[in-house]
Design a protein around this ligand. Structure first.
Ligand code: FAD
Length: 451
């Protein structure tokens, strides 16, 4: 039996842990959040209950394995509870980094620090009640611009138009640098908000961009566009819904102007032309024309980035892994130093940590399991260095000032949250800050110890 540390208990880390543990090795999971699940818990839309319950059950099964130990509320990195060097000093036979892509691409615009301007990831974390975001100010107003046209943007439209209990939304304006054919959301995700799309507004917007898109051979007829990316064009909904969803295509954010209260008041956008590339794809090209949108909130969903403070060498798509020739279909999982062209022996990277934003939970699971296969191959040639006990590791973490949450604590927390849900007549309940969770666990532990 050898010891493997897994950093990150999202889908990729948990399914990698399962595969390694089922081969007879001891796995220790270190997770920044108190609860496991990563974006499956804190990213996936809150009303996708069935999916979330199903995943939680699978994750609980992984944590139920006797040779998997869990330490939640333990961040790995330069400012974390443990550094990469600390982990190395504990001499595991291998390490798997599955800590996802925690940063985001910023707009890089003047005025970006105005109140009411949020990254989509933070906003999603807040409505999914991940501490500390759940207790921060993510207030939205009446006119909200969302920059981006992917599935995350579609989830946020859904929240703002339908499900946010505190919504004041009158209009959500989607700002996209290219045209309607370049929308990236899945049809089933945009279906949730189709009935809010202002048909008149949409048709006027198509008229505004018809010539530019036509120059790239794009046919903006409702029939063609309805088949491709906007099926609502072939259905019948109210022409002027309330609240309404509108689109501003061929527009890139240029400047954010704040009002006297410091909150965003206007978004200046640059209008774009569309250029056709040799491979048939399109690119946005800025013109010298600007437009001003009156908005009180701006949420940008333009992609994720990795957290360099974790301490792994960075590559173009995430933490760097060994380069493989293009002809090879299989990715490499071993961490790689691009400067010295050397592998970081025994350190593997899986899931969104390896490549950000690469699809759904199933893909992250597959990536975790494929990475785990490489770990198992690697372990075959490694000497047995002995396995630390969970108690010793826990004590070492506590000695460093960390307050780790074990799998027994998670069971306690689960029971407490269930009681809270019942008391409030809700299907589920989540505490919104770490302190309250840690307190509740501690109180219950003490109560159990006196019984
Ligand atoms: C808004 C949104 C909606 C989505 N909706 C769906 C959907 O409906 N259906 C679907 O199938 N997929 C959906 N996805 C995709 C899905 O959530 C991801 O594919 C999947 O969660 C990626 O898994 P991962 O384990 O690689 O990373 P993550 O899920 O990000 O997990 C990373 C884990 O690492 C931990 N961590 C981070 N940094 C550190 C650190 N420094 N030290 C220790 N631990 C750390 C975190 O606490 C977290 O638990 C959605 C994603 C987003 C962003």
């Amino acid at each position: 039996m050898k010891t493997v540390f897994v950093v990150g208990a999202g889908p990729a880390g948990l399914f990698a842990a399962q595969k390694i543990a089922l081969s007879g090795h001891q796995v220790f999971l270190f997770n920044r959040d108190i609860k496991p699940g990563g974006l499956a818990e804190y990213g996936i839309y809150p009303l996708k209950d069935k999916m979330k319950f199903g995943l939680r059950k699978q994750f609980a099964k992984v944590l139920g394995l006797p040779n998997v130990q869990y330490f939640g509320h333990v961040k790995v990195g330069e400012q974390g509870d443990l550094t990469l060097a600390d982990l190395r000093a504990m001499q595991p036979s291998a390490m798997v980094f599955a800590c996802g892509a925690q940063g985001y691409n910023a707009l890089g615009l003047p005025g970006e620090d105005s109140r009411g301007v949020y990254s989509a990831k933070d906003f999603v974390y807040a409505y999914n009640r991940l501490p500390p975001y759940a207790s921060m100010d993510f207030s939205t107003g009446k006119r909200i611009a969302i920059v981006g046209m992917g599935n995350v943007a579609a989830d946020i439209m859904r929240w703002l138009l339908r499900d946010d209990p505190e919504r004041q939304t009158e209009e959500v304006i989607v700002v996209a640098r290219r045209g309607p054919y370049e929308a990236k959301f899945d049809k089933k995700e945009i279906e949730h908000v189709e009935e809010y799309i202002s048909r008149d507004g949409f048709l006027r917007e198509l008229d505004r961009i018809r010539e530019t898109c036509g120059a790239c051979n794009q046919d903006l007829s409702p029939e063609k566009l309805g088949d491709a990316t906007f099926p609502f064009l072939k259905k019948s909904f109210p022409a002027e819904p309330r609240p309404k969803l509108t689109f501003r295509f061929l527009s890139s954010p240029k400047e954010i102007l704040a009002g006297p209260d410091g909150r965003i008041d206007k978004l200046v956008v640059t209008e774009n032309n569309l250029a056709l590339r040799a491979d048939g794809s399109t690119a946005a090209r800025a013109t010298d024309r600007n437009a001003v949108l009156d908005v009180d909130t701006l949420i940008f969903a333009i992609g994720d980035k990795h957290d360099p403070s974790v301490g792994l060498p960075m590559g173009p798509d995430g933490y760097a892994t060994k380069p493989v020739p293009e002809s090879m279909k299989e990715p490499a999982y071993e961490a790689w130093n691009l400067e010295t062209n050397e592998s970081l022996h025994g350190i593997f990277v899986v899931g969104w940590a390896r490549r950000a934003s690469t699809g759904l939970v199933g893909i992250a699971r597959h990536d975790g399991e494929e990475g785990a296969k490489k770990v198992l191959e690697y372990l075959q040639d490694q000497p047995d260095t002995g396995t630390p006990s969970a108690e010793n590791l826990l004590a070492a973490l506590q000695a460093k000032g960390a307050t780790p949450v074990t799998k027994q604590d998670l069971e306690i927390l689960g029971r407490i949250e269930e009681q809270q849900a019942q008391a409030r007549n809700l299907t589920s309940f989540k505490f919104s800050d770490d302190e309250t969770m840690l307190h509740a666990i501690q109180n219950e532990r003490e109560a159990l110890s006196v019984q």
